[in-house]
Write a protein that binds this ligand. Structure first.
Ligand code: C2E
Ligand code: CA
Ligand code: CA
Length: 734
C-alpha cells in the first residue's frame, strides 16, 4: 500500500509543480511590495493576482502562518475541504486537522518547511463535514526580505479516489490470495510451452507440496514429482495442448516431497493474444485422490460378490474377455452345489450363507493363486484356470474340489451332504468367446447333474444335446412372473352315465420360444429347484378360480382335481395355500380333490401323514395317483385312507389283452370298495378298456377316449358330445 501511495504521490508531484510556481510568484510579489513600498493600487493588483492564481489551482492551496494557522485558503481548496467558504477555514490550526501517524507526519513536514526546505507527505484528514479524504501535501516556505521564513504555502492534492481504488484493489488481491490459498486448487498461468509460470496460486503448497518460489526458480520442479509410468502420457498431452492450442486435461500420479502418492487432475486452456498466437496457458490443478479412491471402491463393489468377497459374474466375464482377446488358453469350471435349495431350507439362510462363504474359501484355497474364482449368484461358482488348461490337470483340480466339499465342508457345517457338480470348458477348444465358453461349461455342469451329481464333466457333444433341458431350466424362474403357465383340464367321467363329475387340472408351460411344453419336461426341474412350491400354489389358485367360474355358470357339483408332488407335500405351506385358495374362491372343500402319488406319500410318511391329516380336516378329498406303479401295497390304502384311488394308465392299457393285469385291476377295485374308497381308471383309450372297467365296477373313467385335456373354454363344449369311442376313434376333441 505504502509504495502504491508513493506512486500516486509522484504523479501528484507533476500537478504540484504548477502550484509551486504560483507560490513562488506570490512570494515574489510580497517581497517586492515590502522592498519597494509600492503604492496601494499596485499592491491591490498584486494581491488580486496572487489570489487569482491561488484560486486557479486544482489543489487545496493554503497560506499558513509560521504558527501553523491558515491565513488564506483557495476557493477550490475550501470546496475540497467541504467548507462553506475559504473564510470558514481561515484562522484554523492546520495541524489540528491531522491525527495519529498523519499528525506526526504533518508536524515533521511543517517543521521541515519552517526550517527552509520544501517538504511533503501523504495522509488522511477529515473535511469540515467529517468525511475522510486522502491528501498529498507539499509545504513550501515563503521567505521574507530578511531571508527568514515568513509564511508557508501548502498545496494539498485530493488523492482520495486513487487511494480508495488502490485500497479496493489491494482488498481484492488479498481476497483472491485467501481464496487461492484455501480452496486446495492450484491456479496457474504459464507461457505457451509450459516452460515458465507467470502465476501459481498458493494452493501449490497443499497440492504439490512445493512453494511458488521453488516453482519460480525451477519451473520443472512439479514434473519431477510425477511417477515414472505417468510421465510419458502427461508430456505427450502437454505437447499436444501447446502445439494444437486446444484444451487439455491430464490425470496423473505424483509422489509428493512428503512421500505421499496423490492423484492430480490438471486442466489447461490456451489463451490467444487476440490473433492466432497462444499468449499463455491458464489452468487448474487439483488433488483427486479421494475421488479416485471412491471410484476404485465403486469398481470393487461392482466387481465383487457381496457375500463371499469373490469376484462376481461381471468380473469373471471381464477377465474372460481379456484372456480371449489375448489368445490365452484357459479352463473354465462351473461349480454348482447339488440340491442347494434343500440345504438352504434345512439349514436356514444364515447357516447357508456361512456355508457358501466357506465353500468360497475352500475353492480359493484349492486353486493356484492366479486362478480367478467367482461367485455367479446363489450356489453357482466359476473358476478360471490359466496356465494348466490341459484336461488331465483340470480333471485333477475338479476332483480335488469335489473331495474337499464332501469331506471338509460337510464336517464343518454338520450339513447332511455337500456335493457339487462341475462343468468344464476349455478355451479355445470349446469356444473362442466368453459366451460360448460359459454356455459349454454350464451345459457340461448340467450333464454332470444328470449323470448323478457329485461329479464333473467336460464340455462335449453329448452334453450339448442336453441344451434343450438346460434352456428350460434356465427359463423356468421367470416363467411364473411372466404368466407363462396355463392350465388345461381333463374330464373325469362317471362310468355309468358318462357325465363329467369332475375335472383334473394339468399344468402346461407356454414357452415363448418353444410353444406349449408338457409337465413331464419341467415338473422334475421344478421339483429339483424347489420352485414347484410356488408354481403349485399358482396351480391351486388358478384351478379353483376356474372351478368358481364354472360354478357360477351352473355347474355346482363339479369337482376339481389338482396334482400335488412330493416336494409340495414336504412343504409346510401346503395346507395354508389350499385353505387360502378355497377361501378366496368360495369353493367348498369337498369339491377339491388333491392327487398325490404313492411315492410322494411314502417318501416322508410321518410328515406326509400330518399334512394329509390337516388337509382332510379341511374337508378336502385325497386321491392316490398312479396307483400300481409304486409300492402297490394295498395296506397303504388302509394307512392313508384316501377317498379315491386312480389306477395308473399302464394297467388300463393292458386291460383285455393281459389277463393278469385285468385281475389286478379287478382286485384293486374290489379291495378299495371294501375300504369305502372310490376308483378312477386313468388313460382309458379304447372301447374295450372302457367296457372292461365298467364290468369290474370302476366308478370313474378318464382318458383320451372320453375327453382329452384342453383349455377351459373348450372343455365344456367337448363334454356335451363325450361318448366312449369306437375302436380307433377318439372323442371329439382328439
Ligand atoms: P398324471 O397326474 O398321471 O396326469 C395324467 C396324465 O395322463 C396327463 O399328462 C394326461 O394328459 C395324460 N393322459 C390323460 N388321458 C390319457 C390317455 O388316454 N392316454 C395317455 N397316454 N395319456 C393320457 P400330462 O398332462 O402330460 O401330465 C403329466 C404329469 O405331470 C401328470 O400325470 C402329473 O403327474 C404331472 N402334473 C401335471 N400337472 C401338474 C401340476 O399342476 N402339479 C404337479 N405337481 N404335477 C402335475
Ligand atoms: Ca393326476
Ligand atoms: Ca396319474
Amino acid at each position: 500500500m505504502a509504495s502504491l501511495v508513493h506512486q500516486a504521490a509522484s504523479e501528484a508531484a507533476l500537478a504540484l509543480r504548477l502550484a509551486l510556481s504560483i507560490a513562488a510568484g506570490v512570494a515574489g510579489l510580497v517581497a517586492v511590495r515590502r522592498k519597494l513600498g509600492v503604492d496601494h493600487a499596485r499592491q491591490t493588483a498584486a494581491t488580486a493576482l496572487a489570489s487569482g492564481l491561488l484560486h486557479a489551482n486544482r489543489d487545496c492551496l493554503k497560506m499558513l502562518a509560521t504558527d501553523g494557522k491558515m491565513l488564506r485558503v483557495s476557493e477550490h481548496g475550501a470546496r475540497l475541504m467541504e467548507a462553506e467558504s475559504p473564510e470558514q477555514l481561515c484562522g484554523a490550526d492546520w495541524l489540528g486537522f491531522w491525527s495519529g501517524d498523519d499528525r506526526t507526519a504533518a508536524e515533521t513536514a511543517l517543521a521541515g518547511a519552517l526550517s527552509g526546505t520544501s517538504t511533503s507527505f501523504t495522509g488522511s484528514c477529515p473535511t469540515t463535514k467529517g468525511r475522510t479524504k486522502w491528501w498529498n501535501s507539499t509545504l513550501t516556505p515563503v521567505t521574507g526580505d530578511d531571508g527568514a521564513v515568513a509564511a508557508l504555502l501548502c498545496a494539498s492534492e485530493d488523492v482520495t479516489q486513487q487511494c480508495e481504488l488502490l485500497k479496493a484493489l489491494r482488498e481484492r488481491n488479498e481476497l483472491m490470495h485467501e481464496m487461492e490459498s484455501h480452496v486446495g486448487l492450484v491456479f496457474y498461468s504459464a507461457d505457451s510451452n509450459f516452460e515458465r509460470f507467470h502465476h501459481v496460486s498458493a494452493g501449490v503448497e497443499t497440492v504439490f507440496g512445493l512453494t511458488s518460489e521453488e516453482l519460480a526458480s525451477r519451473p520443472s520442479a512439479w514434473l519431477d514429482l510425477v511417477v515414472p509410468e505417468d510421465i510419458e502420457p502427461l508430456l505427450a498431452e502437454m505437447n499436444r495442448v501447446a502445439s494444437e492450442a486446444t484444451e487439455g486435461r491430464f490425470e496423473y500420479r505424483i509422489r509428493r516431497p512428503d512421500g505421499f502418492q496423490r492423484w492430480i487432475r490438471s486442466t489447461a486452456y490456451p489463451v490467444r493474444d487476440g490473433g492466432t498466437n497462444v499468449a499463455r496457458i491458464v489452468g487448474v490443478s487439483e488433488d483427486i485422490t479421494l475421488e479416485q479412491e471412491r471410484l476404485a471402491a465403486l469398481d470393487r463393489l461392482a466387481y465383487t460378490d457381496g457375500l463371499t468377497g469373490l469376484a462376481n459374474r461381471a468380473a469373471l466375464v471381464r477377465r474372460m474377455k481379456t484372456l480371449c482377446r489375448q489368445n490365452v488358453a484357459f479352463g473354465l469350471m462351473f461349480v454348482d452345489l447339488d440340491r442347494f435349495k434343500v440345504l438352504n431350507d434345512t439349514l436356514g439362510h444364515t447357516a447357508a450363507d456361512r456355508l457358501l462363504k466357506n465353500i468360497a474359501k475352500v475353492i480359493q484355497g484349492a486353486l493356484p493363486p492366479d486362478a480367478c474364482v467367482a461367485r455367479l449368484g446363489g450356489d453357482e461358482f466359476a473358476v478360471i484356470v490359466t496356465g494348466e488348461s490341459d484336461k488331465a490337470n483340470l480333471a485333477t483340480l475338479a476332483q480335488s474340489l469335489l473331495n474337499l466339499f464332501s469331506n471338509d465342508v460337510r464336517k464343518d457345517h454338520a450339513a447332511p451332504f455337500v456335493t457339487a457338480s462341475i462343468g468344464i470348458s476349455i478355451s479355445p477348444e470349446h469356444g473362442r468367446d466368453h459366451e460360448a465358453l460359459l454356455t459349454s461349461a454350464d451345459i457340461a455342469m448340467y450333464a454332470a447333474k444328470k449323470g448323478g451329481r457329485n461329479g464333473f464333466r467336460f464340455a462335449d457333444k453329448a452334453s450339448s444335446e442336453l441344451l434343450g433341458d438346460f434352456e428350460l431350466e434356465r427359463d423356468l424362474p421367470t416363467a411364473l412372473a411372466s404368466n407363462q403357465f396355463v392350465l388345461h383340464f381333463q374330464g373325469i367321467h362317471e362310468t355309468a352315465s358318462l357325465t363329467v363329475k369332475g375335472v383334473e387340472a394339468l399344468v402346461r408351460w407356454n414357452h415363448p420360444a418353444r410353444g406349449l411344453v408338457g409337465p413331464a419336461s419341467f415338473i422334475p426341474i421344478l421339483e429339483e429347484s424347489g420352485f414347484i412350491v410356488e408354481v403349485g400354489a399358482w396351480v391351486m389358485d388358478a384351478a379353483l378360480a376356474q372351478l368358481a367360474i364354472w360354478q357360477r355358470a351352473g355347474r355346482q357339483g363339479l369337482s376339481m382335481s389338482v396334482n400335488v408332488s412330493a416336494r409340495q407335500l414336504r412343504d409346510d405351506s401346503l395346507v395354508a395355500i389350499v385353505e387360502e385358495a378355497l377361501r378366496k374362491h368360495q369353493v367348498s372343500p369337498a369339491l377339491l380333490e388333491i392327487e398325490l402319488t404313492e411315492s410322494a406319500l411314502m417318501e416322508n410318511s410321518s410328515l406326509a401323514q400330518a399334512t394329509l391329516l390337516a388337509l382332510k380336516r379341511l374337508g378336502v378329498r385325497i386321491a392316490i395317483d398312479d396307483f400300481g406303479t409304486g409300492y402297490s401295497s394295498l395296506r397303504y390304502l388302509a394307512d392313508f385312507s384316501p377317498d379315491i384311488v386312480k389306477i395308473d394308465r399302464s394297467f388300463t392299457a393292458r386291460l383285455g389283452s393281459d389277463a393278469a393285469a385285468t385281475s389286478i385291476v379287478r382286485g384293486i377295485i374290489q379291495m378299495s370298495h371294501e375300504l369305502g374308497i372310490k376308483v378312477t381308471a386313468e388313460g382309458v383309450e379304447t372301447n374295450q378298456q372302457f367296457h372292461a372297467l365298467r364290468e369290474a365296477g370302476c366308478d370313474y373313467v378318464q382318458g383320451f377316449c372320453l375327453s382329452r385335456p384342453t383349455d377351459a373354454a373348450n372343455l365344456l363344449r367337448c363334454e356335451a358330445s363325450a361318448s366312449p369311442c369306437a375302436a380307433g376313434k377318439t372323442s371329439c376333441c382328439g
